[in-house]
Design a protein around this ligand. Structure first.
Ligand code: NAD
Ligand code: UFG
Length: 336
């Protein structure tokens, strides 16, 4: 059985479908801190098979031990954590406690039950302000906010754990900017409150929940002055987890690897693509740069291709089409 922490969240829900469809037996652990139970039924429908669910907090060692004790765990895929950069600046202790504390309890429980394979959700945010592009995995790390530092510290903990126990293997996946949704439109990104990220903001302008997009900065040294990111379709990202799991089960080593497309798109390019694909105009205005943003960030994806045999298949127009299929069918997100 593969244990998936945070499997009801945006990326975890898509990954669970890919894993189940590939024949893996799954159990999800999620405390619903940033997700809704309605996701579970939709995962089960789309995956075409049963998926076990435990409503539990990964910081709860007793609850976690009971789950590990029930069914032998072959590997863990660890999505659970908080992820909002701005909130992490306001509440750093909550972030250190949940992200690092939760991972710590998880790793101790894995040790106790001799589970020695983990796929971990890291982030391109660990690179901080890029010194050179595209970003290769050996680029120096320098996260610039508490959220990013939790990811950077967890990476160190995983490396130390692997040094201490040669049997232990991790696949640390540095995601770039995941967007899009399952093509059925039945699951997708459902942020609480006003979205911080570009894409859910755009789709909420499109359904008229929000009035207009504010584009943060048009004076960067980029193709059109707006920020450039490596947007990756969440379905491609889900497949990346399958490839990482296969790597861990087949090979006798760990890996730290970028998951992106290797291509950057500016904010204006994304917004224009969305308009082209959906035919819906997106009201927008330029606003000052957002504090902490970098001009450009995109991945070198050669390691993922070489080691995992994985590369993305979907482009920005697929991401726009599928995100819109989700948002238009679920204007208020998942039901409570
Ligand atoms: P999400 O918030 O949608 O999903 C996280 C899930 O974890 C939620 O369902 C939440 O309820 C659960 N959770 C949080 N704390 C928990 C705890 N203590 N115990 C049990 N469950 C808990 O986030 P996502 O976008 O799906 O991201 C998944 C992972 O990928 C996170 O670790 C995130 O930091 C990382 N990541 C996300 C992005 C992105 O842009 N979405 C980029 C890079 C990395
Ligand atoms: N942007 C706007 N207006 C908005 C929101 C965003 O113009 O309302 C711009 C940003 O300035 C940036 C681009 O759109 O240029 C992308 O911004 P996002 O907030 O969508 O994404 P970030 O690259 O800032 O960060 C995201 C996640 C991080 C993660 C990182 C990985 O929020 O947690 O991707 O690369 F670490």
């Amino acid at each position: 059985m593969i244990l998936v922490t945070g499997g009801l969240g945006f990326i975890g829900s898509h990954a669970c479908i890919a894993l189940r469809r590939a024949g893996h037996k799954l159990a999800i652990v999620d405390n619903l801190a940033n997700s809704k139970l309605a996701v579970l039924e939709r995962i089960r429908d789309l995956a075409g098979g049963d998926v076990a669910f435990h409503r539990a907090d990964i910081r709860d060692a007793t609850a976690l031990a009971a789950i590990f004790g029930r069914d032998p765990v072959e590997a863990v895929i660890h999505f659970a954590g908080y992820k909002a950069v701005g909130e992490s600046v306001a509440k750093p202790l909550d972030y250190y406690e949940n992200n690092i504390g939760g991972t710590f309890v998880l790793l101790k429980t894995m040790e106790r039950y001799a589970v020695r394979r983990i796929v971990f959700s890291s982030s391109a945010t660990v690179y901080g302000d890029p010194q050179r592009l595209p970003l290769t995995e050996d680029h120096p790390l320098g996260a610039v906010n508490p959220y990013g530092r939790t990811k950077q510290f967890i990476e160190v903990i995983l490396k130390d754990r692997a040094i201490g126990s040669p049997e232990f293997r991790h696949a640390t996946l540095r995601y770039f900017n995941p967007i899009g949704a399952h093509p059925s439109g039945r699951i997708g990104e459902d942020p609480r409150g006003i979205p911080n990220n570009l894409f859910p903001y755009v789709t909420q302008v499109a359904i008229k929940r929000l009035e207009k997009l504010r584009i943060y900065g048009n004076d960067y040294g980029t193709v059109d002055g707006t920020g450039v990111r490596d947007y990756i379709h969440v379905m491609d990202l889900a497949e990346g987890h399958l490839a990482a799991l296969k790597f861990l089960l087949d090979k006798d080593r760990s890996i730290t690897v970028n998951l992106g497309t290797g291509r950057g798109n500016s904010v204006l390019e994304v917004v224009n693509a969305f308009e082209r694909v959906t035919g819906i105009p997106i009201a927008r205005e330029f606003a000052p740069r957002r504090q902490g943003d970098v001009a450009s960030c995109y991945a070198d994806v050669s390691l993922a291709s070489r080691e995992l045999g994985w590369q993305t298949k979907l482009g920005i127009e697929d991401m726009c089409r599928d995100a819109w299929a989700w948002q238009s069918a679920n204007p208020r997100g998942f039901p409570e």
